[in-house]
Ligand binder design. Structure first.
Ligand SMILES: Cc1ncc(COP(=O)(O)O)c(C=O)c1O
Length: 422
């Protein structure tokens, strides 16, 4: 009898980016502007070591960090997280119901649970264009379909376009299959842009007027990685049009701290959805690693996380400037364009008209030949139709490597664009 998988197992395919990374890894000299890794030099070894020492010295009490915890996550940590969300949203402490917040194995797990418990194969999630490509992979893996939210010429969410899309779906009977709208609302991966409060409110009003329920999945993974000041918009949790609507809000405590600890969280306003996610989480792991949570809880309490965030903001700001400045002179004159972001880890480049940047393009090959690697932008679109964008990540490389990577990237761009200009 041949071995056979479930339909979910059958649907899985290796992530395109993992495949591309494997190609790059065959060339150890390659400088990767692709990986979404975080700054290596500043990873908080001393903080973690002092917290672990403290735990080790506490005897029996400390030992509890090595015991299983609860499925929903440590109470103390959930309280700290709820306070953080409330402070960011300038809402009164105690507004959020702590029982609706759970700790996850990174925000990635929370995103997966959210889609898994909401969508059957064939169901639809509306996504920004571009969007977080690993979220598109979750949808693919679960058999859900992404549909792009229309954008304006300024690459912002087009509210009128969204409304017509939904009205049309209502007319054709497809609306019931649209389960949620996914927003990466602060310093997004990959675009670096944020969603204004007016746009969020506009979306909320449109969704509130529909004949069937479309939830919001708000991914705020980069909310705290601003360079100079936080982006002013409140989360959907705190906005009027979403009161009484199903809102799922997720973010991470460790991407801007010690990414390897993988501690994220999610707040969900819809009790049925929340219970389903917690039940699945119970089956998967019955709780995020208690030891990792303990470390993070103490780091938050002692102010280590905020201290780290403060220094990380200048580190990422400086790295962004280094890459941005090294690229802008030579590339802008070749017709490339992008905006310097005000937070996050990415530059989102628009190539000169007609220059393809996808994994099969001569430009991609030219970059590999030069020894630099990027994420082809088409991976960030639901239909891969747009093939002239590039995501560059400046998180992990040091300043000198960033300058060298930029030099190689420019060399590849010149090799491609120069004949066309002549
Ligand atoms: C937009 C976005 N959401 C979620 C995540 C997941 O992060 P983590 O699981 O480390 O919290 C990432 C990681 O890069 C991301 O870019």
């Amino acid at each position: 009898m041949p071995f056979s998988l479930s339909s979910l197992g059958e649907r899985q395919s290796p992530s395109e980016i993992t495949r591309l990374m494997a190609v790059a890894l065959e060339r150890p000299d390659i400088l990767s502007l692709a990986a979404g890794f975080t700054d290596n030099e500043s990873l908080p070894l001393e903080d973690v070591s002092s917290v672990v020492d403290e735990i080790a010295q506490e005897g029996l009490a400390g030992r509890s960090a090595l015991q299983y915890g609860s499925n929903i996550g440590r109470e103390g940590l959930r309280e700290l997280v709820a306070n953080r969300i409330e402070d960011s949203d300038t809402t009164k402490r105690g507004t959020l119901n702590r029982e609706q917040l759970y700790i996850s194995n990174g925000s990635q797990q929370a995103l997966y649970l959210a889609v898994q418990t909401l969508c059957d194969p064939g169901d639809i999630i509306l996504v920004e264009q571009p969007t977080y490509f690993v979220f598109l992979e979750i949808l693919q893996g679960l058999g859900a379909r992404p549909i792009g939210i229309p954008t304006t010429s300024e690459s912002e969410i087009d509210l009128a376009g969204l409304e017509s899309l939904l009205v049309e779906a209502e007319r054709t009977g497809e609306l019931e299959r649209i389960k949620a709208l996914y927003l990466v609302s602060y310093f997004a991966n990959p675009s670096g842009s944020s969603v204004s409060e007016a746009t969020k409110e506009g979306i909320g009003k449109i969704l509130g007027g529909l004949s069937s329920t479309v939830a919001i999945i708000e991914d705020a993974a980069y909310r705290e990685i601003y360079y100079e000041k936080p982006f002013s918009a409140k989360s959907c949790l705190a906005l009027e049009p979403y009161q009484g609507a199903p809102v799922f809000y997720t973010s991470t405590l460790t991407k801007p701290y010690a990414s390897g600890l993988k501690v994220g969280y999610a707040y969900c306003t819809e009790p049925l959805w929340l219970a389903a996610m917690l039940n699945v989480k119970g089956q998967q792991d019955f709780g995020t690693a208690n030891f990792a949570q303990t470390i993070v809880e103490r780091a938050v309490k002692k102010g280590y996380l905020d201290r780290h965030l403060n220094s990380l903001r200048s580190i990422y700001h400086a790295k962004m400037n280094t890459l941005h400045e090294a690229l802008s002179g030579p590339l802008e004159s070749l017709g490339w364009n992008w905006k310097a972001p005000e937070g996050g880890l990415y530059l989102w480049l628009n190539s000169p008209t007609g220059l393809r940047t996808d994994a099969n393009s001569p430009f991609h090959e030219a970059c590999i030949k030069q020894g630099v690697f990027y994420v082809p932008g088409d991976l960030c679109y639901p239909d891969s139709r747009i093939c002239d964008r590039i995501r560059l990540s400046f998180g992990v490389l040091g300043e000198e490597d960033l300058r060298e990577a930029a030099r190689r990237f420019v060399a590849a761009a010149m090799a491609m664009t120069e004949p066309a200009r002549g």
